[in-house]
Design a protein around this ligand. Structure first.
Ligand code: PAF
Length: 254
């Protein structure tokens, strides 16, 4: 049975005990609504560490749109099933008041990569992400922490933060898991209507096949996407686009 922990003192005590017994701890932070993408991170951690801790915390500070926070899918029963199946040992479910005991007065600010791509249309988003990840890594103190490449900008920023702050943790990127039709797995896919779900696989297809970012943007708009950005950077094509109210992001190697 997976052990559920809500108190910061308790999880710190547990992880200290593992360290004193020379047991390696792997960590998979999530916001819940777990899918096969998360499952691959969890399984990798389970295979590489003695103990795997996962967290579920829908982190309010990274949502620039209050409706997006309110509508974010919460599927705890299914999440527990996924965690058990993957062999996770501990689920950390922190409380907002305890995690943000400073009322979010202290935050991590990055001044370059966090301002472009998703950062330019979601002000404050990466501040919220980096702050919660720093807090969680300090609490759990894992040897390795696992992040999906679907959020490649997030992965680069977290990896950069850990290196800049000399943190003793290895940040492990894990390949994007896709549905059979090519749609990148995402908790937000649950919010698509059935018509939007039919259109959604075109997102990755167009990113992969278009000759340039500009052509990809034009084609996506023809198909009914409201494009936020398509940009080629670091030998990858990054994009974000709305289908109805749902904001999808993806990136492919080019
Ligand atoms: O990728 C996510 O699910 C979140 O941004 C993370 C890393 C768990 C921080 O809240």
């Amino acid at each position: 049975m997976i052990r559920q922990v809500t108190s910061i003192d308790e999880i710190k005590y547990l992880t200290k005990t593992f360290h004193s017994k020379k047991k390696s701890v792997g960590f998979v932070p999530t916001m819940g609504a777990l899918h096969a993408g998360h499952e691959s991170l969890l399984k990798k951690s389970v295979s590489e560490n003695d103990i795997t801790v996962a967290s579920i915390f829908v982190n309010r500070t990274q949502f620039n749109d209050p409706d997006d926070y309110k509508n974010y899918p919460r599927t705890i029963e299914n999440d527990l099933h996924v965690l058990e199946k993957a062999g996770v040992d501990i689920l950390f479910l922190p409380k907002y008041e305890e995690i943000y005991n400073d009322d979010y007065r202290y935050r991590v600010i990055e001044n370059s990569l966090s301002k472009i791509l998703c950062g330019s249309s979601r002000p404050g988003h990466f501040e919220g992400v980096l702050t919660i990840v720093l807090k969680l890594l300090n609490i759990v103190s894992p040897a390795k922490a696992y992040f999906g490449e679907k959020d490649y900008q997030q992965y680069l920023l977290i990896d950069g933060m850990c290196k800049a702050l000399f943190m003793d943790v290895e940040i492990i990127p894990c390949p994007t898991v896709r549905e059979k039709d090519g749609l990148a797995m995402s908790s937000r896919n649950l919010l698509l209507t059935s018509d939007e779900r039919k259109t959604a696989p075109n997102f990755s297809k167009v990113l992969r096949n278009a000759k340039s970012a500009a052509l990809a943007k034009a084609r996506l708009e023809e198909l009914g996407f409201k494009v936020d950005y398509v940009e080629d950077l670091y030998k990858r094509r990054f994009a974000a686009a709305f289908l109805g109210k749902v904001r999808l992001i993806d990136n492919v190697q080019i």
